[in-house]
Every structure is written in C-alpha cells, then in structure tokens.
Design a protein around this ligand. Structure first.
Ligand SMILES: Nc1ncnc2c1ncn2[C@@H]1O[C@H](COP(=O)(O)OP(=O)(O)O)[C@@H](O)[C@H]1O
Ligand SMILES: [Mg+2]
Length: 261
C-alpha cells in the first residue's frame, strides 16, 4: 500500500474527516511535529507511521469482553476511553459511513473517527450490552425500548443500511437508559432486509414525515459516500428510504387514520 498514489488520495479524503481536537488528544507531541507539513496527505503519512510504531496505543489497550473481531479498548492520555477497531478499508468504511447515516436519521450511535484506512476509533459507551440489560430487565423491557424514539430510529438506521446483525450484543443501553447502536460492521450488506432487534422484517416504525425528513438528511451524505468510493452503498440507502416513504404513504391510504400502524 505504501507508494501507491490512489491509496494516499483515499487517505487524504478520509483524514479530512478527522477532527483536529481529537487528533490533539491522541498525540500532541507528534501532532506538533507534523505541523510543518500541514497537508492532509502528510498528516496521513504521519498517522500511518505512528500507527505502525504502535503509538496510538501508547495508553492502555484491553480486549473487549465478547469481541470477536479486532475491537479493543484504548485508554487515551487524558484517561478517557475509546474503542479501537482495525480491519480492511471496506470494513472501516462501513463503521464510518454507518455512523454518518445514524446521525442523519437521528439514531444514537457512537461517534467514529477515522484515523487510518484500516482503523477507526469509536466513542466508548458506558453502560450495559443489550444482552446484559435483557437478562436483568426482561424481554418486555426490550419491547418498550424498541418503541422509544431512539429505538425506532435505530430500526430506521438498520433498515436503510440493511444491517441484519442488530442482535443484543450489537446494541447497548447507556447510563441514561437509552439504546445505542454499536457495531455497524454489517451495514451496507447488500442482503435483503431481514429485520433485527429494533425493526421487524416489514420495516421500521416511522411516520411519513419522519421518513421524508430522514431522506433529505441522507441525500446530503452523497459526497461523503462518493469520497470513500462507496457510491453504490449510497444508492442502496436511498433505495431503502424511498421504499419506506412509499410504504408509509400506502399504509396511510389503506388505514386512513394518518397514524403509524
Ligand atoms: N463503542 C463501544 N462502547 C462500549 N462497548 C463496546 C463498544 N463497541 C463494542 N463494545 C463491546 O465490545 C463487544 C464487541 O464489539 P463489537 O463492535 O460488537 O465487535 P465484534 O462483534 O466484531 O467483535 C460488544 O458486544 C460490546 O460489549
Ligand atoms: Mg458485534
């Protein structure tokens, strides 16, 4: 990958998305060293070099309980924690772009910072996994959670990204008792929608107005998908949200109440 021009162009596009503030918290000394070459690609090279030397992980890293893939907890210099995930560019694109889709549709999900083509850092959610929560609160409580605004929005996120992997170890309940969609690694699967913990196979519980508003926000993500070389995923997302808008219209025509079923 070193020495390949296209790769560095991709890296530069991605690095534009990384916030300066976060970067500063990660490694202040190295950040000042690269200041002289303050271009996106120089910064990306410095990031990659630091990554190869393991400097991102200067803090403590610990394996996450129940992690199957490359997820570890990284403790930053200031004591705060992030979840570090590594994998292929495509895998990291899924996490990054799904976080943007989540924001667009109003679904609670951890913030994602892309630090390299093959690495993201994700906001650490203090709380309990859906599994731990279901075991202590019971299945009725899960049904209630699904009907909250946040729960319905996670259903919409999963539907538009066709993420069929929203089982109870891929969502958490935060300290405020709200569901949060972690692990969006199965987003943009290209599979048929099969349903998940927050939306059944016939689709999420959102009104026509909500679906239309989500569609407008999703349309604004086109440049981000294109910059990542994932225009096909964007088209698939728009196809899903259009289906949802159509569904809510036909439901209202059939029911005549104007309410969600
Ligand atoms: N952002 C996060 N905040 C807190 N815990 C997390 C976070 N992401 C993952 N975890 C924990 O790590 C486990 C595995 O992470 P996950 O992202 O599901 O990776 P994978 O399923 O690929 O191993 C989760 O079930 C959860 O317990
Ligand atoms: Mg998982």
């Amino acid at each position: 990958m070193r020495g390949c021009a296209t790769t560095w162009d991709e890296v530069a596009a991605v690095v534009d998305l990384v916030s300066r503030e976060y970067r500063g918290r990660l490694d202040l000394s190295a950040a000042s060293r690269v200041k002289a070459h303050d271009t996106a690609s120089a910064t990306a090279r410095a990031d990659e070099a630091r990554n190869e030397r393991g400097e991102w992980a200067r803090g403590k890293t610990a394996k996450l309980p129940g992690a199957h893939g490359g997820a570890t907890i990284l403790t930053l210099g200031d004591g705060s924690k992030v979840v570090r995930k590594t994998g292929t560019k495509d895998a990291m694109d899924r996490e990054q772009l799904a976080a943007s889709v989540a924001r667009a549709v109003g679904a609670p999900a951890p913030k994602v910072t892309r630090v390299a083509p093959g690495e993201i850092h994700q906001e650490y959610i203090a709380g309990r996994t859906g599994k731990q929560w279901a075991e202590s609160q019971g299945q009725d409580a899960v049904d209630e959670l699904r009907q909250t605004d946040q729960g319905r929005r996670i259903g919409l996120l999963d539907y538009v990204t066709r993420n069929n992997d929203r089982h109870n170890e891929n969502w958490m309940v935060d300290r405020q008792g709200r569901p949060v969609a972690i692990d969006n690694g199965a987003a943009f699967s290209g599979e048929e929608w099969q349903g998940g913990d927050f939306a059944p196979v016939d689709g999420p519980d959102v009104t026509e107005d909500e679906a239309r508003a989500a569609r407008a926000s999703l349309a604004a993500l086109k440049p981000e998908f294109e910059a990542a070389g994932q225009a096909g995923w964007y088209a698939a997302v728009m196809n899903q949200i259009n289906k949802q808008v159509q569904y809510t219209i036909s439901e209202q025509a059939a029911g005549g109440t104007g309410d969600q079923p």
